[in-house]
Design a protein around this ligand. Structure first.
Ligand SMILES: *Cc1c(COP(=O)(O)O)cnc(C)c1O
Length: 417
């Protein structure tokens, strides 16, 4: 089954009543016919549901789809992308452990890694997550490598296979945040990554109508329980120890569950993921090409022919798509603001992955609290605009952005560099 068919017919369990989309089970608890039956359900010895923090049919429908689309053994959905990142890390780490991560991570994840310091978990940031940099940074305390497949907003691209090999050789799992790529562009597990996380609030949902996250376990990592004592209690599950501890312990006890209504909205969104990503990436590429020729601004988009990551995009991504995010440097903060304000169709909003085009000035919003050094490392500059390209007619988007660039170029000072 090809991807777009799988989105609709991926072998998901049929609804008892033949509902064509998963119904919303908007309940907290599920009643059973006997105490014995509930005892079995509680102990995972009989199929069924007990309590929505632990499992729910609508949530399970979303999770089954995500596991199938990423090619994993299990998917655990969370209340937000940040909850998914937090739960994935806390499930495998404990005090004294180190995590290697890219310095160009999503702002919320950078802040989370700071928060984890209070729990004795130290983050080591690399300028770029490459096999060489990871090999040089590994210590006996390193217990996880975390990278965003296409960094947001730095737009650096990870060579999954090369990094997974180095991490695996040190018995360290590679966790890939694949939010900006989605399984429509790449299945990181197939390239050797061990765990995938998504802020499914973004492209998976697609319409910006529910916050959620998901963790997919590839099920192939040979956990060494001396190296990862956090998982030792789940030793009997072998390669499934990570998913087992998440479901039975960390994720359940932190209460990171996804609401059934949000799971439902994600299931609807998933049906058009392939179509949307195709259109979004085409629009992004065409907009980037139109803007790259303009005076007074510079454009970063990994799909552009001259981009340093173009070869990795070509070898890893479906149809060589470079994602749907591009950034523009306008020369100064004032010019960046003027460009943003001159756009007719782009919403000024802090989100990505919507069907609508969204723009933001990361330096004064998402990274407002970050120091200069962290901003630089994350590729955030005072004149940087992030564009999450939507599915609008490309002719309208192109006209809109070109008119805005023209307006700021006629309005006075030119780009300094
Ligand atoms: C948005 C985002 C997150 C966090 O997701 P939320 O649903 O907002 O908590 C994590 N990683 C990346 C790459 C993101 O874009």
């Amino acid at each position: 089954m090809r991807f777009n068919t799988k989105l609709l017919h991926g072998g998901f369990p049929a609804d008892a009543h033949g509902a064509t989309v998963p119904p919303i089970y908007q309940v907290s608890a599920f009643a059973h016919t006997s105490a014995e039956k509930l005892e079995k359900v509680f102990a995972n010895k009989a199929p069924g549901f007990a309590y929505t923090r632990i499992s729910n049919p609508t949530v399970a429908a979303f999770e089954k789809r995500m596991a199938a689309l990423e090619g994993g053994v299990d998917a655990i959905s969370c209340a937000s992308g940040m909850a998914a990142v937090s739960m994935a890390l806390l499930c495998m780490l404990q005090s004294g452990d180190e995590i290697i991560a890219g310095s160009g991570l999503f702002g919320g994840t950078l802040d989370l890694l700071d928060d984890l310091a209070a729990f004795g978990i130290r983050a080591v940031f690399l300028p770029e997550v490459t096999a060489e940099n990871v090999a040089a940074a590994v210590t006996p305390s390193t217990k996880a490598v975390f990278a965003e497949l296409i960094g947001n907003p730095k737009l650096d691209v990870v060579d999954i296979k090369a990094v997974a090999e180095v991490a695996g050789a040190h018995r360290i799992p590679l966790v890939i945040d694949s939010t900006t790529a989605t399984p429509a562009l790449v299945r990181p597990l197939a390239f050797g990554a061990h765990i995938v996380v998504h802020a499914s609030s973004k492209y998976i949902n697609g319409s910006g109508n529910a916050i959620s996250g998901v963790i997919v376990d590839g099920g192939g990592f040979p956990w060494d329980f001396d190296k990862h004592p956090a998982l030792a209690k789940y030793r009997q599950f072998g390669k499934l120890a990570f998913a087992a501890r998440l479901r039975q312990d960390i994720w359940r006890n932190f209460g990171a569950c996804l609401a059934p209504q949000s799971a439902y909205l994600n299931c609807i969104g998933l049906e058009t993921l392939g179509l949307r990503m195709e259109r979004l990436c085409q629009n992004a590429a065409m907009l980037a090409e139109a803007l790259v020729a303009q005076p007074g601004i510079t454009v970063n988009y990994p799909g552009l022919a001259a981009n340093a990551y173009r070869p990795l995009i070509g070898s890893q991504m479906e149809n060589g798509h470079g994602g749907a995010i591009l950034t523009i440097r306008a020369g100064t903060k004032e010019r960046a603001f003027a460009l943003i304000n001159a756009l007719r169709y782009a919403h000024i909003a802090t989100n990505i992955g919507d069907v609508r085009t969204l723009v933001i000035h990361p330096g004064s919003t998402i990274y407002a609290a970050a120091g200069e050094q962290r901003k630089r490392a994350a590729g955030v500059y005072d004149d940087l605009i992030r564009v999450s390209v939507g599915i609008e007619d490309i002719r309208d988007l192109r006209e809109d952005f070109l008119a805005a660039v023209k307006k700021i170029n006629e309005g006075g000072e030119q780009h300094g560099s």
